[in-house]
Design a protein around this ligand. Structure first.
Ligand code: ADP
Length: 401
């Protein structure tokens, strides 16, 4: 079975075509500037086919999907001979609210439920819905479409973890609660970690640190998410590339009054001008921050220190929540590629008996254990693969039809 994995944003669309036999990636690509002008980078990964990387008009998502299918099936850049070889499509959907605790086959009813979740993710869900509609328009109703939600894995959190201490009606009437994000990534790396440890996930306490442009941490007990650092939106928890993480709402009211900002202007600052960018004034990219800190930039140093410290505090709180931890996992852009951040975080974890093996930590490569044999808690670097999870869920759901 060949599965097309789609991650549609408001003006972009990422895709991968995966042959589930051997889980082989056949092609991947990115449409950008949809609705503006348009650019497609298509990378075939078989038969030494050339990369297509050109501007081309992409007025709508449907036209972007049509361009992707055209490239996937073309003689020059293609990896399949016709669209009929694509058996199913798996879509990343950001917010499934409380309606979706697992991946689902997209039906008219599901589309309606997705619309109902849109107020929770007004920037993301409409783009995901547009992506699904575009695929149906171009590929027809007979190709099954599956939705895989960022929030679904966290639906196992107990009420004591997901409730906010606000008037209860905001939860019952309006659905205001912690939902959590990056669930597909936390699920993948926790399952992979159990496999690598050679132990059933049902008997493990794991903490997964997804650290990229957006960052979140997840406590996983017996294979289930029991707490996570993002909340109703992906804005809270850790300081991120440009997102603030936790801030006292009273401080926001103070700033808004002082600068005459409305809530939208404030949220724009919190989402786009805060985090390690806001602190350092240098960059949201950890590579730039490391370079600046090395050259003596104190605010870049502070931003990195705040990040490590925040991660260590959340990890500590999840050890308390689970009454222990067997392994801590680092993943995503920063988690996979920044040894100094990993070792900075682990420098706080000596009380747990965590011992990092600096030689292993310095090595690149996938699925890398970076704790010493004596370490009481295993430390792992596991590259995330959200697309593979989406493709696997899609295969499982479609095979059972
Ligand atoms: P997203 O959350 O957008 O999916 P990624 O998981 O790809 O992001 O992470 C992107 C971030 O990873 C970059 O902003 C950068 O800070 C970080 N990163 C990538 N490579 C390195 C590296 N070699 N050293 C430090 N940080 C890195």
């Amino acid at each position: 079975m060949k599965v097309l994995v789609i991650n549609a944003g408001s003006s972009s669309l990422k895709y991968q075509l995966i042959d589930m036999e051997g889980e082989k990636l056949l092609a991947k690509g990115l449409c950008e500037r949809i609705g503006i002008d348009g650019h497609l980078k298509h990378t075939p990964l078989v038969d030494d086919k050339p990369v297509f990387n050109e501007d081309l008009p992409l007025p709508t998502h449907a036209e972007a999907i049509a361009a992707v299918i055209d490239k996937l099936t073309s003689a020059e850049y293609g990896v399949v001979s016709s669209m009929s070889e694509i058996d199913a499509v798996g879509h990343r959907v950001v917010h499934g609210g409380e309606k979706f605790a697992s991946s689902v086959l997209i039906t008219d009813e599901v589309m309606k439920a997705l619309e109902d979740c849109t107020p929770f993710a007004p920037l993301h869900n409409p783009a995901n819905i547009t992506g699904i509609n575009a695929c149906v328009e171009v590929m027809g109703k007979d190709v099954p479409q599956v939705g895989v939600f960022d929030t679904a894995f966290h639906q196992t959190m107990p009420a004591k973890a997901y409730m906010y201490a606000l008037p209860y009606d905001y939860y019952t009437k309006d659905g205001v609660r912690r939902y959590g994000f990056h669930g597909t990534s936390h699920r993948y790396v926790s399952q992979r970690c159990a496999e690598l440890m050679g132990r059933p996930i049902e008997e493990l306490k794991l903490i997964s640190c997804h650290m990229g442009n957006g960052s979140s941490i997840c406590a996983i007990m017996n294979g289930k998410s029991v707490d996570t650092s993002m909340g109703f939106t992906p804005l809270v928890g850790l300081p991120m590339g440009t997102r603030s993480g936790d801030v006292d709402p009273g401080a926001l009211q103070f700033v808004m009054n002082r600068y005459g900002m409305d809530i939208d202007a404030m949220l724009n600052v919190l989402n786009k001008k805060s985090g390690v960018l806001g602190i350092s004034g240098v960059s949201s990219d950890f590579r730039d921050l490391e370079n600046a800190a090395e050259e003596g930039n104190e605010r870049a140093r502070l931003a990195l220190d705040m990040f490590d410290y925040s991660v260590a505090k959340v990890v500590g709180s999840y050890v308390a929540a689970m009454n222990g931890v067997d392994a801590i996992i680092f993943t995503a852009g920063v988690g996979e590629n920044a040894p100094t951040t990993r070792s900075g975080i682990c420098s706080y974890l000596g009380y747990l008996g965590c011992e990092i093996d600096e030689a292993a930590n310095a090595k690149r490569g996938s699925d890398n254990r970076i704790s010493t044999d004596a370490s009481k808690v295993q430390l792992w670097v596991i590259p995330t693969n959200e697309e593979l999870v989406i493709a696997r869920d899609t295969r499982d759901i479609v095979s059972a039809l």
